[in-house]
Ligand binder design. Structure first.
Ligand SMILES: [Zn+2]
Length: 452
């Protein structure tokens, strides 16, 4: 299938953020073959998409999300974040089934596409159910099955007081085996749209020897390691009190600190540790909304930039709107530093596109509009009331665009969003199945309230 997008303002999101007014994107099969003022000579499209009045840009990359955790949206959003891990989260997650996670992942993937996201880096339980949702919805994903150092259903030591996990070698080995089996079965799945990661949960929820085992398995597969890092004070304190190390130091000790590491958050890290992340070409998934909302926290972005740490943008749990995350990242850090010139719209957009692609290891395929890359792109209707008038495409998208402005979305050259609606899965049926599954789950977990 040859497709030609005509008449749009092309925001390539390459290094330097090139803009081509009234230009074309030519697609042959799954690949971009031209991004230029006029169609290539002899190119005979079977489909023409008129993008007049629109911005055409690469589909965004959400570099840290838990699609399946949409199930707990609403019920886990108002309690203290640091307590959450020890009192609620793991115990509640033990009730989740592949069926409900699949339904949540389908809805969250559809919503991601509607927000202009065409690639997600996901780590959660029952990863196969999320992979099936990726197959159905047509999104691209890097997926890891979450690995913990203790049984999910019984995470805490009884009578220990404080926050002490019940580390269990057998439970860890079972989870590692399941994660490796998932990775081996699904790498290059969904017609090549799925790549895989190994995903230990965090530095304080596994013991050092467990992290070292994950590093060995990741090394064997050359796979990404996507995990949480120094997300909260308790994580840093526990790691330091148990091992006398910072969280990044622990990753270095256990063989996880390298250019295949995607570390979500990275808030409670020293300047020296940030220089280690940069030196080893590890990437950080920055989740400004989740950090601010869950803990009133702000990641040390200025230090990360000063050290040259690679940065992608994520939404983390309960959210998938990366447009909102890009906007919030610019405003948050300007306010935090009292500097209206810090984090430009272009900077925020680059984290959401090429920066994210680099962070998840897919920069050769996605993240910018260039010949030879996958045809993963979105078309934003710039004639919408909330977007007129505009002059600077990147600034207009970051400061003003909403999910409803995403008119078209293509992944691998295939239309997945058409005139703002899903072309792959019926969203009404998906929502109905999801809410029914959620109500059943919540009643089993003793949570009151309707899922709608
Ligand atoms: Zn997370």
């Amino acid at each position: 299938m040859r497709t030609l997008l005509t008449g749009g303002t092309i925001l390539t999101c390459e290094e330097g953020m090139r803009v081509l007014p009234a230009a074309i994107v030519a697609i042959d099969g799954a690949e971009i073959v031209a991004v230029q003022p006029h169609p290539p000579e002899g190119f005979a499209p079977e489909t023409i998409i008129d993008c007049s009045g629109c911005v055409v840009m690469p589909g965004m990359v959400n570099s840290h999300v838990h699609l399946g955790e949409h199930l707990l949206k609403g019920v886990l959003e108002t309690i203290d974040f640091e307590e959450l891990f020890y009192s609620k989260l793991f115990a509640w997650e033990s009730h989740l089934t592949a069926e409900v996670i699949g339904r949540a992942s389908t809805v969250a993937a559809l919503e991601s596409l509607r927000c202009g996201v065409t690639t997600v880096a996901d780590m959660y339980h029952h990863a196969e159910a999320t992979a099936r949702a990726v197959e159905l919805t047509g999104i691209r994903a890097v997926i890891g099955q979450k690995i913990l150092g203790f049984p999910l259903s019984d995470p805490l030591q009884t009578g220990a007081g404080g926050n002490a996990f019940r580390f269990d070698a057998g439970a860890f080995k079972d989870q590692l085996a399941a994660a490796c089996e998932f990775a081996d079965r699904w790498h290059r799945g969904a017609e090549g749209r799925i790549t895989v990661s190994l995903s230990p949960h965090a530095t304080n929820t596994l013991e050092p020897w467990m992290l070292a085992r994950v590093a060995e398995e990741a090394q064997r597969r050359s796979s990404l390691v996507h995990m949480h890092l120094a997300q909260m004070q308790a994580e840093r304190d526990e790691v330091f009190s148990r091992h006398g190390l910072g969280c990044v130091d622990l990753l270095a000790e256990t063989g996880l600190l390298n250019d295949r590491l995607l570390a979500a958050h990275s808030i409670f890290v020293s300047d020296r540790e940030l220089s280690l992340l940069a030196e080893h070409r590890a990437a950080v998934a920055h989740n400004p909304i989740a950090n601010a909302k869950d803990g009133g926290l702000v990641a040390p972005i200025a230090s990360m930039l000063a050290h040259g740490v690679r940065i992608g943008l994520g939404t983390d749990a309960f959210h998938v709107n990366l447009l909102e995350a890009a906007r919030f990242s610019a405003f948050l850090h300007r306010a935090h530093h009292g500097d209206p010139h810090f984090i430009t719209a272009e900077q925020a957009l680059s984290w959401a596109t090429l920066g994210g692609a680099r962070a998840v290891g897919l920069e050769r395929s996605v993240g910018s509009l260039e010949p030879g890359k996958k045809a993963d792109l979105v078309v934003i209707d710039m004639t919408a009331l909330n977007l007129v008038p505009w002059t600077d495409a990147a600034a207009a998208v970051v400061y003003h665009a909403e999910p409803g402005n995403v008119k078209w979305g293509l992944v691998d050259g295939r239309v997945v969003v058409e005139e703002g609606g899903s072309r792959t899965v019926d969203p009404v049926a998906a929502r109905r199945e999801f809410t029914a599954a959620t109500e059943e789950l919540w009643s089993r977990m003793g949570i009151s309230g309707g899922a709608r």
